[in-house]
Design a protein around this ligand. Sequence first.
Ligand code: AHR
Length: 328
Amino acid sequence: MKRFFSLILCLALAVNIASCSGKKEQPKDKDLYVIGFSQVGSESDWRLANTKSMVDTFTEDKGYELRMENAKQRQDNQFAAVRTFILEGVDCIIIAPTVEEGWDTILKEIQDAGIPVIIMDRSVSVDDKNLYLTNYGSDFLEQGNMAVRWLESETSSMSAEDNLRILHLQGTYGATAQLLRTKALEVAVSQHDNWEFAAQLYGDFTEAKAYEVVTDYLRNDKDIDVIYSENDNMTYGAMRALEDAGITYGRNGQVRIISFDATKRALQYCLEGKIDLCVECNPLHGPGVEELITKYRNGEEIPKHVYVEETAFTYSDLTQDFIDSREY
Ligand code: AHR
């Protein structure tokens, strides 16, 4: 009996010491699936819609914790973010890569840490495709080809002696969206004897840069027929530069405008006749990526590359109701 009481006393003392030692009870594990997301930046309206889609999808209510890092369009910032995610031991890493090249080493580091990776929006160019689970995003080459087909049909009645002078505004060099939209146009120019580049200018997917380079360009040459702008924000910059230079554009203007993304503001301009063609780049990746993650977690097979559905719009495809009902 004596031994029994001394045992009780010891236990009571132990509990007391623990409660006085300042050690807090760990908060109950909420059992969230933690995702580290390295986003390209906030360079465009498209990107903001893409970020929103991810934030709206991966919520705590649905069992996720989304840790997002904005890379400000720099790959080295993406490497730093990914290394932090590895140290934190997240359950999954999603990367929207700034550019295609240079990912082998960091993806190997993630693989060695045993964390699955999803490449989203753009693509990576790596020798070993097992370094990532899947690539979810746009078919950028098909987007470029949609633009080319439209331009071919618009210029089909042009005489062979007339030259079509194209001012090409390029997005971030080395990004899939730039590489493949550029490829489609360069191939088309090489196949049409009377199509030529007035110039290829670097706009980095931003309105400010495009405004600057187009303004500079128009100081010396105003002889252009088409602007092929690799995203909507660069288009807005180019439109301002054209206005400053007194050049008309759009359906009844001197310069026809092709723009990529088809975000709300661009569609509105298209309906107003200021942009001739809006090629869609769908930014609403959240739900599709979540579906792939769910399948992966259930042990189901997932495809190596998933393309989102996209189309192109001209004035005649649009109504105000349609534009108002668009999510982005
Ligand atoms: O990768 C998608 C492209 O990146 C979009 O066209 C552009 O707006 C964004 O910055």
